[in-house]
Ligand binder design. Sequence first.
Ligand SMILES: Nc1ncnc2c1ncn2[C@@H]1O[C@H](COP(=O)(O)OP(=O)(O)O)[C@@H](O)[C@H]1O
Ligand SMILES: [Mg+2]
Length: 227
Amino acid sequence: MIEKEIEILQGLKHKNIVNLVSYGSDGHVAKPSGKEMSNIVFIMLEYIPGGLLFDMCQTLGVMGEDAGRFFMTQMLDVLKYMHQLGVVHRDIKLENILVDDQQNFKLADFGFATFKNVTKLNDYVGTKTYMAPEIKECKEYDGRQVDVFALGVVLFVIVQGTFPFQEAVDDDYYYDLLKRGKLEKYFKSTRTENLSDEFKDLIVKMFSHDPTKRPTIKQIIEHPWMQ
Ligand SMILES: Nc1ncnc2c1ncn2[C@@H]1O[C@H](COP(=O)(O)OP(=O)(O)O)[C@@H](O)[C@H]1O
Ligand SMILES: [Mg+2]
């Protein structure tokens, strides 16, 4: 698994992706106990000072639409790059995005990333709250559409300071409202009535239960909210 992560990171060079510095299979660890271990597969990454987007969201709470757009500009650039190369991430979440001291977002943790048959995947991977419904329903899925769903969850948290729902399943009160198109009720119960119509339009599309109705990265870039 780590070999795959290394292979993928080796092929990715982008200002918003953590840079692979070195890797190997001859790592040596000396534990404080005196125990030593050899021939360890290791991966060395550029250190990102600043911390996790997760912590930034906890500290700042509601950041609003402009902050959301600032974040999206960088993440869309990175996902456009990856999806063009045929790589999908599959674990986009607040804990896997680092922020450096100059407000650059860096996508990290390519442990679930893949580049093989990305439009026809089956593996049950991801993180509960960010996982697209088609993965939960054990359907064959397109990794790009799953990345868009998870990106929507992160965007919502940045803008609104809360999660849009707990899980994309039918017995989740909030996701069910979205799925059934009860949008007014959804926005009321998540206290998002005051957000712009463009934002609401985009986020609802990114959370579409039918993955083919979700916008592609290119379509998000062209969406009125991003302009
Ligand atoms: N390049 C980095 N610079 C600084 N911190 C990092 C870096 N990469 C990872 N981390 C920290 O380590 C944690 C775990 O790394 P991650 O690659 O997400 O592995 P895991 O598969 O265990 O989630 C991250 O959530 C982050 O706090
Ligand atoms: Mg992680």
